[in-house]
Design a protein around this ligand. Structure first.
Ligand code: ATP
Ligand code: MG
Length: 562
């Protein structure tokens, strides 16, 4: 048995599933389940979005339903086609399919316009000429009612004419807005005549310059859900207060009404997760791009070596909550380590090398020694690693003056070379400055792994790479991008002040066993004793580049046992 930490099983149904099953029992949506993932294409997706993607698509699968991918592209200024492509790539990579149901809110601009006209005709919307400032000043607050706009009682005809002129682009931005006519005294601020259309003379990535007015999120979202026949519109908690408006719009227009359900967004410590902040990191070149392996983006995690399985498993383990909470990032690390442990070949790599010469091993001789690919996987088989007279070992695996309990190589001490021989250190060679440059050792001939008749008992086993056969690679080691648990939780400090200056360490010339020479980008392996690594997208035939995905040490499992 592996020493997995015990994880309390989640109850078999989460609260969203309970709602769905109740609807199915009462026939509210005729037993149908149709969800959607509605990203705004204004940045790359992050691990929080992954949570939402897993939730929506898994519910679709579980109840034999469907899940749409819908781009919420109602704000022309911030949106770009690049983001649309990146989002599709990420959802697909996570293992989900929207089949032919890829939609854009902008597909519905004509319909949304018609709905707005209908609201005006119903006397439920009006053009307000007040400035943005006047509108927010007259909205009131939790204790006082808002003030009705002097334009609130314009006639339907006047409103229709003005709205048409807004659409035609006759007015400058900010000249007027279309507001829903609900209740300026409502205890819910979102019902105090919210703006539903505004003027924007911007190019849209799909509709070009066709439109001079764009629907607000609250108006576009509920109607897009309704148009697509969504049954359960799942969103994060901050939209709970918007739900009465969601319902009001659909009820007033007399159209099909999905059920909005809110859950707590995923928060992770030691990172930031708003696209706006991630964009700052990218624009200010504090990271190499959206897919920098230190970023909490799906593309960053992918480049770092995360697997879709690990991220989906993480989403399941986190569960669905009704209250905001912060998840420890080590749970995410636990999930990837758990998956890679099962699937990765163990190879030998030396990051900080020191030369060892085995003085009694014949010069020019090479033995190809068998070694297990993955002890966790019976079917993984074996391969051979070349052994010769000169090898690299890790600097850390030798100590001249070892403390008690140090079982690796020491002067006159013995250690086993993984899958090879026991060696003994006979001489420590130093340069003029006293730095160790070489260790001269002897090997015990009859101590070969698997056929050891030496009878020697050595406690330490270390990894090594034959110098003559070594392949060099650049290896990038990562630490957390922020030094603070909640970098964006400080009122007086900008989150960027907490950037960890040591989040990236580059080892230019690590020494690797030759079997990995032709691994393609994205391939993952375990460097024995050092962690899980994957081939970076910067890697070429002439220059291999590896990222460390995660170390071997499991801090989360330990935390759980405390
Ligand atoms: P951000 O605040 O990071 O920019 P957003 O909510 O503006 O994110 P959208 O593109 O609007 O990003 O989000 C698409 C979907 O993903 C929404 O349904 C949203 O509720 C969900 N989502 C966004 N962030 C999280 C999160 N941290 N945890 C769970 N779901 C999230
Ligand atoms: Mg948003």
């Amino acid at each position: 048995m592996s020493n997995e930490p015990e994880i309390t099983e989640k109850p078999s149904l989460n609260f969203i599933e309970e709602i769905i099953e109740e609807h199915n029992a009462t026939g509210k949506y005729a037993g149908k389940v149709h969800t959607r993932f509605p990203p705004e294409p204004n940045g790359y997706l992050h691990i929080g979005h992954a949570k939402s993607i897993c939730l929506n698509f898994t519910l679709g699968q579980k109840y034999n339903g469907l899940t749409n991918l819908r781009f919420d592209d109602t704000n022309p200024a911030a949106e770009e086609a690049e983001y649309v492509e990146a989002i599709e790539r990420d959802v697909r990579w996570l293992g989900f399919s929207w089949d032919d149901r890829k939609f854009f809110a902008s597909d519905y601009f004509d319909k949304l316009y018609a709905y707005a006209v209908q609201l005006i005709k119903l006397g439920k919307a009006y053009i307000d000429d007040q400035t943005q400032e006047e509108i927010s000043q007259t909205r009131g607050n939790t204790f006082t009612a808002g003030k009705e706009s002097p334009y609130r009682n314009r006639t339907v005809e006047e409103n229709l004419a003005l709205f048409e002129r807004m659409r035609a682009g006759e007015f400058p931005e900010g000249k007027c807005v279309l507001r829903a006519k609900i209740d300026m005294a409502s205890p819910n601020m979102h019902l105090r005549d919210p703006a539903i259309y505004r003027i924007k003379h911007a190019e849209h990535h799909r509709t070009g310059d066709k439109w001079h007015i764009y629907p607000m999120y609250d108006f576009a979202h509920c109607l897009s859900d309704s148009i697509e026949g969504i049954t359960h519109s799942i969103c994060t908690l901050e939209f709970e207060v918007h739900r009465p408006l969601y319902d009001w719009i659909l009820e007033t227009l007399g159209v099909y009404r999905p059920q909005q359900i809110e859950f707590a967004r995923l928060n992770l410590n030691y990172t930031v997760m708003s696209k706006r902040k991630l964009l700052q990191l990218v624009n200010e070149k504090l990271v190499s791009g959206w897919d920098d392996p230190r970023m909490p983006t799906i593309s960053g995690l992918r480049r770092r070596g995360y697997t879709p399985e690990a991220i989906r498993n993480f989403a399941t383990k986190v569960g669905i909550a009704k209250r905001d909470n912060v998840i420890d990032i080590s749970l995410l690390e636990f999930c990837i380590r758990e998956h890679l442990n099962k699937v990765c070949t163990r190879i030998m790599a030396v990051l900080n090398p020191i030369k060892v010469v085995i003085t009694n091993y014949p010069e020019g001789k090479t033995e190809n020694l068998p070694t297990e690919n993955n002890p966790e996987d019976e079917n993984a088989g074996t391969r051979t690693v070349p052994f010769s007279r000169e090898i690299w070992i890790e600097q850390d695996d030798f100590m001249e003056n070892p403390p008690k309990g140090y079982f690796r190589l020491t002067p006159n001490g013995m250690v086993r070379l993984k899958s090879a021989y026991i060696i003994q250190c006979n001489e420590v060679v130093k340069d003029a400055n006293g730095n160790i440059t070489q260790l001269n050792c002897t090997y015990i001939e009859n101590s070969k792994s698997g056929e050891d008749t030496s009878g020697l008992k050595v406690k330490g086993v270390i990894h090594w790479v034959s110098i003559a056969h070594a392949v060099e690679a650049e290896v990038r080691l990562y630490d957390r991008l922020f030094t603070d648990e909640a970098p964006d939780g400080h009122e007086d400090k900008d989150f960027k002040e907490f950037i960890n200056p040591n989040s990236l360490t580059v080892i230019p010339n690590a020494k690797l066993e030759p079997s990995i020479a032709n691994l393609p980008a994205g391939e993952r392996v375990q460097f024995q004793r050092l962690g899980y690594f994957c081939v970076d997208t910067d890697s070429t035939k002439d220059k291999l580049v590896f990222n460390r995905t995660v170390g071997l040490k499991d801090s989360w499992a330990k935390e759980q046992k405390k």
